[in-house]
Design a protein around this ligand. Sequence first.
Ligand SMILES: *Cc1c(COP(=O)(O)O)cnc(C)c1O
Length: 370
Amino acid sequence: MPIPQNDPKAAYLAQREAIEAAVARVLESGWYILGEEVAGFEREFAAWLGLADAVGVANGTDALVLALRACGVGTGDTVATVSHTAVATVAAIEIVGARPLLLDIDARSCTMDAGALEAALASPPAGPVRAIVPVHLYGHPADLSAIVPLAERHGAALIEDCAQAHGATWEGRRVGGFGDAACFSFYPTKNLGALGDGGMVATRRPEIAERLRMLREYGWRARYVSDIAGMNSRLDELQAAILRVKLTRLDADNARRRAIAAAYDAALAGTGLLAPTRDPRAEHVFHQYVVRAEARDALRDRLKEAGIGTNIHYPVPVHLQPAYAGRVALGPGGLPETERAAREVLSLPMYPQLADAQVAEVAAAIRRLA
Ligand SMILES: *Cc1c(COP(=O)(O)O)cnc(C)c1O
């Protein structure tokens, strides 16, 4: 049996009865938008993060758009982020009318290079930086110990892109509470995945939460009265009910991902492939287990022949995509580590329902084929 790189159906089957009961409860309730399920999930998710508030939205891209708007970022503002990320991070910045400034990554963690951020803040190549969006890529936090004080010193808003890092910690605290707002995606393959689209903005700041609740529904404070110009971006009751079920298993799922990662680490020893690094201040939640291989494409082909699915996150950095090439501002020194990562990264099968025997099969194939 081939082993897929990801398997969202397995996550559904693992909690089938509870999910189907939750869906039936919503169908019978007759209330499908912004009701008790969304309010309940917002409360439970905020409590799980240890934050004051969380606001459900339609998807992770909208979470970034709404968080930027709630922090006052708009037309002509410069927002610093990375190019080695899901294109959504950069797309959201342009959707609010701001200009992305793309920085290089740290070669080891694959997250924002704090030195590059410091240099860009000192002499911004495209106007003063109004907001910083670090991405906790693959489930590993960016260097928040360096980034948080830089944001404070330069008066920039800090919006964490937590779409791949539900539950990851930095110096013992869950990511999402380090800045002004934090954005989560519940795309089906994320560590916490819906059976459709969903997103959340979490914040410790009540005034940001209040603006988010207005912005996600036409700028309403009271029904039919738009106090500010908003949009429609709501999490629906069905997805919220499903996510409440799945949240109960998220910590156990993340622990299982770490156990699979430890087995892969052991298999990689002596193969010449580079295992993902962990900063000692971080707890990784392995949204992806990403190895570095100089002959990446050949290895990928051999694994495929052996029935092992892999993926590349991401093959083309945002600044080299047709829609962005030559158009977006780049950090000082260019993005050499970003471009190297795009050539070398390979994501192995990683999801909590992988059986021990499957993990062993992947490990053996890696040792044989690397
Ligand atoms: C998935 C993802 C997003 C976007 O989330 P959607 O729910 O697909 O809109 C944003 N940033 C990162 C880093 C992601 O991985």
